[in-house]
Design a protein around this ligand. Structure first.
Ligand code: HEC
Length: 121
């Protein structure tokens, strides 16, 4: 009798351990993904077609008169508000993003633009 009881306990123990493990693996990775905004991915997806992957502006960007976002001189000539405003509302040939991106995505991109400055990398 004692022998059987032990076996039942063992099975219960193994099942609860599996349950805990399953819960751990299914819940933690997906939770993180939903909330964090990957500004670099957004930039590469939406902005690189004019500004290039680095921010220096590619052929198309240069033809449209996009500034070199890596240039420290350009960086110091502009305020955070202006960057945010331009990404949100557009400016000349720069498209507006207020309809396509969420405000928090635009904010993340404005911060990302600051990180493109050459000496900071
Ligand atoms: C169709 C090409 C194009 C795309 C796509 C584009 N831009 Fe621009 N961007 C421009 C041009 C052109 C300018 C220069 C506007 C001017 O000063 O006349 C510019 C200017 C800027 C500036 C300078 C702001 C200012 O006030 O001078 C920032 C910052 C910027 N873009 C960020 C972004 C971000 C972030 C994205 C992606 C969400 C993006 N751009 C997508 C063409 C583009």
């Amino acid at each position: 009798m004692a022998y059987k009881k032990n076996n039942v306990l063992r099975i219960v123990f193994i099942f609860s351990a599996l349950f805990l493990l399953a819960g751990f693996f299914t819940s933690s990775p997906s939770r993180g993904e939903e909330k964090t905004i990957n500004a670099r991915k957004l930039f590469e997806y939406h902005c690189a077609k004019c500004h290039g992957l680095t921010g220096e502006a590619n052929k198309r960007g240069k033809a449209l008169k996009a500034p070199d976002l890596c240039d420290p001189e350009w960086q110091s000539s502009i305020t955070d508000e202006q960057i945010l405003h331009t990404i949100t509302n557009g400016k000349n040939k720069m498209p507006r993003w207020s309809e396509r991106l969420k405000p928090e995505e635009i904010e993340a991109l404005a911060k990302y633009v600051r990180k493109l400055e050459k000496k900071k990398r």
